[in-house]
Every structure is written in C-alpha cells, then in structure tokens.
Design a protein around this ligand. Sequence first.
Ligand SMILES: NC(=O)c1ccc[n+]([C@@H]2O[C@H](COP(=O)([O-])OP(=O)(O)OC[C@H]3O[C@@H](n4cnc5c(N)ncnc54)[C@H](O)[C@@H]3O)[C@@H](O)[C@H]2O)c1
Ligand SMILES: O=C(O)C[C@H](O)C(=O)O
Length: 320
Amino acid sequence: MARKKIALIGSGMIGGTLAHLAGLKELGDIVLFDIADGIPQGKGLDIAQSSPVDGFNAKLTGASDYAAIEGADVCIVTAGVARKPGMSRDDLLGINLKVMEQVGAGIKKYAPNAFVICITNPLDAMVWALQKFSGLPKNMVVGMAGVLDSARFRLFIAEEFNVSVQDVTAFVLGGHGDTMVPLARYSTVAGIPLTDLVKMGWTTQERLEQIIQRTRDGGAEIVGLLKTGSAYYAPAASAIEMAESYLKDKKRVLPVAAHLTGQYGVKDMYVGVPTVIGAGGVERVIEVEFNKDEEAAFQKSVGAVAGLCEACINIAPALK
Ligand SMILES: NC(=O)c1ccc[n+]([C@@H]2O[C@H](COP(=O)([O-])OP(=O)(O)OC[C@H]3O[C@@H](n4cnc5c(N)ncnc54)[C@H](O)[C@@H]3O)[C@@H](O)[C@H]2O)c1
Ligand SMILES: O=C(O)C[C@H](O)C(=O)O
C-alpha cells in the first residue's frame, strides 16, 4: 500500500513540529509548504536527516508552490500570523483571513479530497472561512482547538490531584477564545466527574474555578512566557491526534471545531463540539445535554464566534 500524503501548509513553529511528529509516527510522506522559500525545504531536509537516527520511514519535501500538495490525503493549515504579548487571537482576523483565501484556493485546486485541519487563529472563524474558500465538503474541514484546550485542562487537573494524565478526561467546548467552555461535569478522573470530586473533598469549588480560568487563559500564558509567538508543541500534538484518527479510521471521540447544521441550535458556523473522527471525516456530532449555566456559557461563546464570522463577511462579502 502506498504511503499517505500529508501536506503542511505553513512551515513555521507548528508546521515544523507537525512534520517531525508525523515522521516519527510514520503517518505518511510529508510535504511542507510555505511562502517563505527555503524554510519548508530546510526543515524538511533537517527532519529527514533525523530519520536514520530515529528509525522512521517517510519522505519529506519542502515547497513554495501549491502544486506540491497535489493529491494530499490530509492538509494541516498553520499558515498566517501568531499573536504576541498584548494581542488577542481576534486581532489576527484581518491578516489571516487573506491567508485563508490563498490557502483555500490552493487546496481546492490540488487537494480537493483531503481531510483539512485548520489551526490558524482566530480558529473558529478561520476554519469557517477556509471551508467556504476551498469549497470542500463540510465534514472534511475541521478546526483544531478543543483537543488542545482539553489537554491543558487535563494536565492542570492531573497536577491538582497528583494522578496520571492518562486517567483524566476533559471536554472544553465552544469557541477557541476567552469564552471557551471547560465542562467540569463532563471532565473526569477515572470516570468520576470533577463535580463529584469536589463533593468527595478532593478539591474545592474555588480551586476548580481557578483551574478552569487557567485553562481559558492557557494560550495567553504561553504567549506571555515565549514573547515571540505562541504555543506549538501541544497544538501540533493535538492536530496529529486528529489526523491519525482520520487516516487510521480510529473513530476517536474528540472535541473539534465542526460545521454545525442546527446541532446545539447553531447553523452554518464552526464551533467546538464533541465529534467522532474517522475515515469519513467528521462522522458524527455528539450533542451532550447542558444544564442552564453550561447552556448560557456555550451560547455566549457561540455569540463571540458569530461576531468574528460577521467581521470576516465585512472584509470578504463573498463569504456570506
Ligand atoms: N488553534 C489553535 O489551538 C492554535 C494553537 C497555536 C497556534 N495557533 C495559530 O496557528 C498559527 C500558526 O502558528 P505558528 O506558531 O506556527 O506561527 P509561525 O509564525 O511560526 O508560522 C506561520 C507560518 O505561516 C507562513 N505563512 C504566512 N503567510 C502565508 C501564506 N499566505 N501562505 C503560506 N504560508 C504562510 C509564515 O511564513 C510562517 O512560516 C497562528 O495563527 C497561531 O495563532 C492556533
Ligand atoms: O494563544 C494563542 O494565540 C495560540 C493558541 O490559540 C493557543 O491556545 O495556544
């Protein structure tokens, strides 16, 4: 069986890390693409030279011409600009929307059958615009954010209780911004909801609220430390988990920014929800039941994403 082809559109901090992880996991042959000529070629060659040491088989190439992504099975999009301290993700909207238009055209022409994972921020609006610019089926275009936000929540919970991260599950839903919705009731340690762990005296409600807020601020915490850009190891690992579930038809249940057609009362928008990811792309959107507070928090987050989509339409009316 021929190897799968993975196109990484954007070869910056996340793009390079994605290439390394995809190689180490032998997910397929990898094409790095970037407008900064030399960067994708250099990173591809560098990672290829690590393959004899690490013992993985993958062909890595770099390109600045979209023709190189022809026939890709998976495209992971990180092209654009990352925020710096003092900026919000939403400040990137104008500049990254133009990038999504170019990337969408490239994918439409050369990789129309790909499963597309958008990472570029502001995530929920960019994946929405990318799907429209590319014209690919909506179940084949998703945004990565929920896996990352949930991983941050899982880490902080594991540290709080001094238990293995492997025994912690979490769901962070809604938009990937300040209004994201970490759900304590649907997050567990070995199946025990966090809300029950508070009742059992493992932690206090106040401490749980602090962990939830740290999760919401997870991206900004790293931007503040790095100063030159944003997180890339955990974002890359998260997107690779999604790509692997698609390529291997694993049918993982993952929170992703998925196109909604009425689920959760939301139409024609991308918002973070639990999904099943398999060979059919987004094979199912899981509608969990919210209590009153959860519903209010989710709808507030949906409102924030809707505002960003409106801002996109004001810049590019064809998106309407
Ligand atoms: N969704 C998430 O959870 C999440 C997490 C982390 C970062 N991000 C976002 O991912 C994006 C990338 O982050 P990064 O750290 O890799 O940034 P980076 O600056 O290191 O890399 C971005 C790359 O995109 C390239 N690029 C710019 N315009 C392009 C175009 N028109 N076509 C092709 N390539 C182009 C740049 O040359 C650069 O190499 C940012 O928007 C960031 O905010 C999202
Ligand atoms: O915070 C950012 O700007 C990058 C990303 O969205 C993250 O959550 O790490």
